[in-house]
Ligand binder design. Sequence first.
Ligand code: ADP
Ligand code: MG
Length: 447
Amino acid sequence: TFRWQGFKLEEYLIGQPIGKGCSAAVYEATILLSSNYQSSEDSKPLEGKTPDTEWDHGSDIQAAEAKPIQTNQQRAAFPLAIKMMWNISAGSSSEAILSTMRQELVPASGSALSGEYGTVACHRRPVFGKKKLKPHPNIIQVIRAFTSSVPLLPGAYVDYPDVLPLSLNPSGIGHSRTLFLVMKNYPCTLRQYLNEKSSDAHLSTLMILQLLEGVDHLVRHGIAHRDLKSDNILVELDSAGCPWLVITDFGCCLADENIGLRLPFTSWYVDRGGNGCLMAPEVVTAVPGPGVLIDYSKADAWAVGAIAYEILGLCNPFYGQGRSSLESRSYQEDQLPALPDTVNFDVKQVVKMLLQRDPNKRLSARVAANVLHLSLWGENILVPKSLNLDKMIGWLLHQSAATLLMNGLVDRSRVETKMKTCFLANLEYEDLWEAAFLLLSWRNHSV
Ligand SMILES: Nc1ncnc2c1ncn2[C@@H]1O[C@H](COP(=O)(O)OP(=O)(O)O)[C@@H](O)[C@H]1O
Ligand SMILES: [Mg+2]
């Protein structure tokens, strides 16, 4: 029934705020059953129903960033999350809003925009010259996107009074209409997850691997996220209790049909993406000029290297002030903090090679992911001198059969199975051998 539903804000019941960033507020939500919606609509012409009308000025809702991990009960009642963009510069027409905020639509599913454009699909192309992503287990899916007028939602006067429209706040500077994105409601962000859980070596490797698979998928589509950080990664647990990571918040992404991953950097006004601390060296040190291009093809992979420190239980070396913090603009590789002895040697090497200043020496997300796949599951083929094509093919066939069986017969919701499927589905001869030879060379050196 959801197929024809959810294209209007009035169709949702909106609960409490669950997050807030620089450009939007995110609320828990659920779709109202058609019958509820019909009957309640006559009595309440308010856009975006809220279950509690007691909230008002000075409500005691906590700052969204400090929210604890949501309970399962909360998410059962509100399985969806609605991101309400703050609109201070896009004007109030739907066309202008969708065009200005089109990066947010990159992870939208094919039917997400049918409400706005279902009948006038031909308008879509010229309005959004942006690429579309195919679904991937480690990338958020935006299931509905529509514009609507801005409702007064819980916490608005406390959390974002200035961006409200005049009708709701006489000193607000927001426009009356904005973009809404509907997604699955995830229990927490990676930052929240890591604050509460101590790291386990195997799960940490799987988490880094998932980010690399997600980034590789973006690179294959000619897209750079440009704002990877632990607040922009959502987490839920799979059926085996393994954290399942999805990359979200595409508001700063580069996804241009014409230029791909090479951004002409002609003046300081050109937007290089969000999050200055985690901007790859080649991006942060670029100097604008005629003909200058910034190549983003390994920029997100660099950010994964920095986030890996957080996943492995350390502080991100590029955050914060003080002598121990590094700047991506100026650090030298030998200043990178050592990873604990408990971290697997191959993972240490991958992190080190993702944080190479020179993109030519840096691992691509694909090769880095391959290294981790081989390190996790390919131990018995990594025998020096006897590594050969036949052995590799035998191992790949074995992995393929095991993964298909696992997926079909046992449990398709396991992160491990999903990762193996990504690996096998994206195999390329050169990338695979590069990973295998890297692993062997590290082992030879360490003996
Ligand atoms: N689908 C979701 N499920 C649960 N929480 C979410 C979801 N999407 C976003 N959030 C929360 O809202 C915060 C802000 O969302 P985000 O998309 O990053 O907005 P912004 O563009 O303003 O940074 C996130 O850091 C996270 O805490
Ligand atoms: Mg964000």
